[in-house]
Design a protein around this ligand. Structure first.
Ligand SMILES: [Zn+2]
Length: 339
């Protein structure tokens, strides 16, 4: 099956153009009209449209039917186009579930193309592990392909509140070409606690967690291979980022560490980690944040003092430490100062 490949430009800035993909089936007779309809609804103009295949992200099959793409350990920029998270898909006998969509329309399309290089089975679901833009902003291509979008019950409010910020930041960081056509997609269904998905011959178990990395973290367990997709509850290489509750996160990690799993797919790094050993670095970093911030609060240190002392010796252990560690100390200080 071929998809529709189009060249689209911003209607009000015609020098900003990019190649976009609309999921198939595509026929040459309908390609141009369909491309124009899609583009005009998004403030874009079309300069070319044809049937073809998109450029696929590289994926690794880490267990039978489990495909993972490892994004850059970096902030989004025009080189990586928002490809900075670990994302992928699971293939059953009847359908496919995609787990996280990447950080832009461009990356969502490239992940979609990777699914299509692997199988022609329908994509039944897109599961979004939490609202952060590097995991959620590629979603629209999958809903256009007919996938139901599933997320934690608290994701819609969290994502709606950040829509403008996320889209503006994407344009600023990854550039208008990568961002072109990117939209925020709210889930078609949410998961209050647990839910299972039947892909045909294999079942995925979705579990919504209490506030941890964010207030809408969802894990996915593939029962056929014992693979636990943790989303950003586990980081590898990239410094963990606290956008929920550091104490809640430690609780969730301790509970997850008791689960039987053959391997984990983290939200950054990997692409696979041993389980539960793979969660230890994230846990230990968060535990140090709590321990040293609590001591700083007890001493009566100010937030700015704490930001220059807490956990400084961990800088060499993590990528992006200088970007995110000061924010983590701030978030932890605010959480702990009223204990
Ligand atoms: Zn995240």
């Amino acid at each position: 099956m071929l998809d529709l490949i189009l060249e689209a430009c911003l209607a009000d800035r015609p020098e900003i153009c990019a190649t976009r993909l609309l999921p198939g089936p595509c026929t040459e007779a309908e390609a141009e009209a369909r491309a124009r309809g899609w583009a005009e609804a998004r403030g874009l103009s079309v300069t070319a449209a044809r049937c073809g295949r998109g450029e696929a992200l590289a994926v690794e099959e880490v267990a039978p039917g489990v495909f993972v793409h490892n994004g850059a350990q970096a902030l989004a920029d025009s080189g990586n186009r928002g490809d900075i998270a670990t994302i992928g898909f699971v293939v059953g006998e009847e359908s496919v579930a995609v787990i996280d969509a990447g950080g832009s329309r461009a990356i969502g399309e490239a992940l979609y193309a990777a699914v299509r290089e692997t199988t022609d089975l329908p994509i039944g679901w897109l599961v979004i592990t939490h609202m952060h833009p590097d995991h959620s902003l590629g979603a629209s291509v999958f809903s256009e392909a007919g996938a139901a979008t599933l997320a934690h019950a608290k994701l819609p409010a969290a994502l709606e509140a950040r829509t403008e910020t996320y889209l503006d930041t994407l344009v600023r960081e990854a550039g208008p070409e990568a961002a072109l056509g990117t939209e925020v997609v709210l889930p078609s269904e949410t998961v209050p606690e647990r839910r299972s998905l039947d892909l045909g011959g294999r079942e995925l178990l979705l579990e919504a967690h209490p506030t941890a990395h964010t207030d809408n973290d969802l894990t996915v367990f593939d029962t056929a291979t014992g693979t636990l997709w943790t989303g950003d509850l586990v980081f590898d290489g990239h410094l963990p980022t606290v956008d929920g509750s550091v104490l809640g996160w430690l609780d969730v990690l301790e509970q997850l560490a008791g689960r039987e799993a053959e391997r984990a797919v983290p939200g950054h790094g990997g692409p696979v980690l041993d389980w539960p050993e793979g969660a230890a670095a994230t846990h230990d970093y968060l535990a140090r944040l709590v321990e040293e911030t609590r001591a700083a609060v007890a001493r009566g240190d100010s937030l700015s003092d704490a930001a220059t002392t807490v956990g400084q010796d961990l800088a060499g252990d993590w990528a992006l430490f200088d970007v995110f560690h000061p924010r983590n100390v701030t978030a932890t200080f605010r959480e702990l100062e009223w204990e």
